[in-house]
Design a protein around this ligand. Structure first.
Ligand SMILES: Nc1nc2c(ncn2[C@@H]2O[C@H](COP(=O)(O)OP(=O)(O)OP(=O)(O)O)[C@@H](O)[C@H]2O)c(=O)[nH]1
Ligand SMILES: [Mg+2]
Length: 301
């Protein structure tokens, strides 16, 4: 339990700085000490307009009693329409006064990849600020998904009834990545059929013994009990993770991904700084020099 009050301004500043940082700036930051505790990380992803923000808003209200709760939303609709999350903001801010809810909408100015990258640092910052849980909204079923997958413990994939989303998701391999499927806007026709289709696909791809079988849920903004059911499924998945050695594997995967990314960024930076003459040296010599530069303290300028 966190006893210190949340410093919203400091957190806001930190997140803004991280959101705007270039990859090289991020890689050049002093390496950070492991935090005292890790927030539960729950990712909500799905195609644009699937109703993620709306769902997340309701989910946040539902889960805000579980300790300091952060919501980070990559919400492209927010600058134009105010976005669903921002629409709910008044209600949420009221709640935030009493408990510890922090909501941050992030425009998608950057490419989705870049944003997913900075997201890793932003999530770390949430740990540093003592959050018990972070809900993260990301758009789309695409390249950035793997980056998101390794950053969160529980990944919820939001699909629409009858939209061809499933085919898209299968192509991107995200069906294997999701821990919970939600057929959202279940008030629209085709939801039940869609759920049946996904159940079949999900069951086929997870046949290992003891494996988590992703539940396929129907949800709708107008049905509060469907949000409760989703919230319970998230709790069940979190409990399963705690009891399962896979949690360790997930942390390890995250650590591997982080190191790989750090090395890639630093290597790209070292290479970018060399002039034409550098590349006339024999390749072995180039490699030697590059490795020297990579480990040299002068990197952190
Ligand atoms: N019929 C129906 N419409 C919904 C439901 N939930 C959300 N919507 C509507 O769907 C539209 C998109 O909702 P958002 O929550 O902004 O969707 P999103 O996935 O966050 O959208 P992006 O962030 O732009 O990708 C809005 O007009 C919502 O009012 C639902 O349960 N049923
Ligand atoms: Mg949204």
């Amino acid at each position: 339990m966190n006893t210190q009050a949340l410093d919203r301004r400091a957190l806001g500043r930190t997140l803004t700085k991280l959101a705007n940082a270039s990859a090289v700036e991020l890689a050049q930051r002093p390496l950070r000490e492991p935090p005292a505790s890790h927030a539960r990380r729950i990712g909500i992803t799905g195609a644009p307009g699937a109703g993620k923000s709306t769902l997340l808003g309701h989910l946040a209200l539902q889960r805000a009693c579980n300790g300091r709760l952060g919501v980070l939303a990559v919400d492209p609709s927010s600058p134009k329409s105010g976005g669903a999350i921002l629409g709910d903001r008044v209600r949420m801010d009221e709640l935030a006064g009493a408990s510890e809810l922090y909501i941050r909408s992030l425009g998608s100015r950057r490419t989705s990849d870049g944003l997913a990258d900075n997201m890793s640092e932003m999530l770390d910052a949430m740990d540093d600020f003592g959050f018990a849980e972070v809900l993260l909204e990301t758009v789309g079923v695409g390249q950035a998904e793997y980056a998101v997958r390794v950053q969160v413990d529980t990944l919820v994939l939001v699909l629409l009834p009858d939209s061809g989303d499933t085919v898209q998701a299968m192509k991107a391999g995200i069906m294997e990545m999701a821990d919970i499927f939600v057929v959202n806007k279940a008030d629209l026709p085709g939801a039940q059929k869609m759920a049946t289709d996904i159940k079949r696909i999900a069951a086929i791809s997870r046949q290992l013994q003891g494996a988590w079988i992703p539940p396929v849920l129907l949800a709708s903004a107008s049905q509060p009990e469907s949000i409760e059911t989703l919230s319970e499924a998230i709790d069940r998945h979190q409990a399963w993770l705690t009891a399962d050695p896979r949690q360790q594997a997930l942390r390890e995967q995250r650590a591997r991904y982080r190191l790989k990314r750090l090395l890639e960024i630093r290597a790209a930076d070292v290479i970018a700084r060399q002039d034409a003459a550098f590349f006339t040296a024999p390749l072995e010599r180039q490699l030697e020099l590059a490795l020297e530069l990579l480990v040299s303290k002068t990197f952190s300028l």
